[in-house]
Design a protein around this ligand. Structure first.
Ligand code: SAH
Ligand code: SF4
Ligand code: F3S
Length: 447
């Protein structure tokens, strides 16, 4: 590239990812494309190309991007050749694009969730045309296979099994910014996982907004449970995880597949959102409190050692104290190993944004604090029950604070720190859980 010759060195890139694992996986693909065309990764935003892969699921995700953009602008003033690119879910919103056109003129390239495979082309266009490039697709029915990817971890990887979402939960913007549900063909998924296994990957996380409806709209339909059974047979893969399971589509067959598997981690993320049947109906979730609890009972009976985690929204429009207490009740009855709690965020264009009786902020804050307290107390108790056990742990990294320790995860997703060395990273070792610190452990490797 001309610019490379001018500077006498390879051009560098820095990608900042906001949001969920889908975005994280997209960023690996974007890094893969950039590496293929000769860019090198940089440590921070002092790079020739800075790309923000954005999220818009809650308003604070958007605000963080705007905040960081201000900082990028000041970097660019010092280095006018720097390229700034934005992509991801936020870019699928018209109001965002309008704002960037008007007030963020220093942004060079903007694209969305449906055309990440075009990055090289868009860069070329920008460098040859000099004008800023904005390319957003409203929708797509395409799935682009065979994109290169630069994995963040050599030993674990996300694998998209489907894209988009058809559920239209009334608070959620994801279906609008990620498009309709599209499943990848099983043979493409299996091929990707086999290649990953050959490349040293031992743990995979199957990704989809609702993995339980995987395969329904393929020409040759297949269920998620059937897909899992095929993945189980792939040599070299030792741990299988998946995200996210919508309770309405969780089948008995899937529970059996988990029960019978030696590789599927004993962890299920099962978003509750609310414990109130009335609110769940308003949320368009297609299950009620009783059905959710029934499902949990069925899962725990079949797989007694499974860890359950969840997502909960506080302050959905019209949520009363009674509704909130129903949520507290489910949290207590289920006893989650961990829960992500969110304050409801109004997303323009969703049905909930138009609902009356938005709950006052101080009421929401009070409920949120009470919920968090309960969730943390229960999680600490659940974690405490693991103390003394010996569990297989996938070592992920040398501890950032203390180099004598390594950090890894149990199948149930709890984090453990224990004495070890860099050579252990990427390996599965048996660790005795010595001390529980609430939501993580200190342990010792058993040889
Ligand atoms: N597809 C997944 C969720 C993806 S979004 C599922 O259905 O479970 C991740 C989480 O963000 C959701 O589970 C929900 O708890 C939260 N969330 C989504 N929209 C939100 C909003 N408008 N306000 C607050 N939290 C929201
Ligand atoms: Fe959003 Fe619901 Fe789809 Fe999850 S299932 S992404 S919460 S619309
Ligand atoms: Fe955010 Fe998009 Fe994921 S809105 S949560 S990054 S699908």
């Amino acid at each position: 590239m001309k610019k490379e010759r001018e500077t006498g060195r390879r051009l560098t890139f820095f990608i900042q990812t906001f949001g969920c694992q889908m975005n994280a996986r997209d960023s690996e693909k974007l890094a893969g494309i950039l590496t293929r065309i000769g860019f090198e990764p940089a440590e921070d935003e002092a790079a020739d190309l800075v790309l923000y892969n954005t999220c818009t699921v809650r308003d604070n995700a958007n605000q963080r991007v705007y905040g960081r953009l201000g900082h990028l602008n000041s970097l660019k003033k010092k280095n006018p050749d720097m390229l700034i690119a934005l992509c991801g879910c936020m870019m699928q919103e018209e109001s965002v694009i309008e704002k960037i056109r008007q007030s963020y003129r220093f942004v060079d390239i903007v694209f969305g969730t449906h055309n990440i495979f075009k990055l090289a082309e868009l860069l070329y266009e920008k460098l040859t045309r000099r004008d800023r490039v904005i390319d957003i697709w409203q929708e797509t029915d395409r799935i682009v296979e065979e994109l290169p990817a630069e994995r963040k971890y050599p030993f674990k990887s996300g694998v998209n099994i489907m894209f988009g979402c058809n559920n239209f939960c009334s608070y959620c913007i994801v279906p609008y910014v990620r498009g309709r549900e599209r499943s990848r063909k099983p043979e493409d998924i299996l091929l990707e996982i086999k290649r990953l296994a050959k490349d040293g990957v031992v743990e995979i996380m199957l990704l989809g907004q609702n993995v339980n409806s995987y395969g329904k709209n393929l020409k040759e339909p297949i269920t998620f449970a059937e897909l899992l059974r095929k993945i189980e047979e792939i040599e070299g893969i030792e741990r299988i995880r998946f995200m996210t399971s919508h309770p309405k589509d969780l089948s008995g067959d899937l529970i059996e597949a988990i029960r019978d598997s030696k590789k599927i981690c004993r962890h299920l993320h099962l978003p509750l959102q609310s414990g109130s049947s009335r609110i769940l109906k308003e949320m368009n979730r297609h299950y009620d409190k009783g059905q959710y609890l029934g499902l949990v009972k069925k899962i725990r009976e079949a797989v007694p050692d499974i860890a359950l985690t969840t997502d909960i929204i506080v302050g959905f429009p019209g949520e009363t104290e009674e509704d909130f207490l129903e949520t507290m009740d489910v949290v207590e009855q289920v006893g989650y190993e961990s829960a992500f709690t969110f304050i409801y965020s109004k997303r323009t264009g969703t049905p909930a944004a138009k609902m009356e009786c938005q709950v006052p902020q101080e009421v929401v804050k009070n409920r949120f604090d009470r919920l968090l307290e309960k969730v943390q107390a229960i999680a600490a108790k659940r974690a405490g029950a693991y103390t003394g056990r010996v569990e297989p742990v996938l070592v992920e990294e040398v501890n950032a604070q203390d180099e004598a320790l390594v950090t890894g995860r149990l199948g149930s997703n709890f984090v453990v720190h224990f004495p070890g060395s860099r050579e252990m990273v990427g390996k599965i070792v048996n660790v005795e859980l010595k001390e529980c610190k609430g939501f993580y452990f200190y342990g010792e490797a058993i040889t």
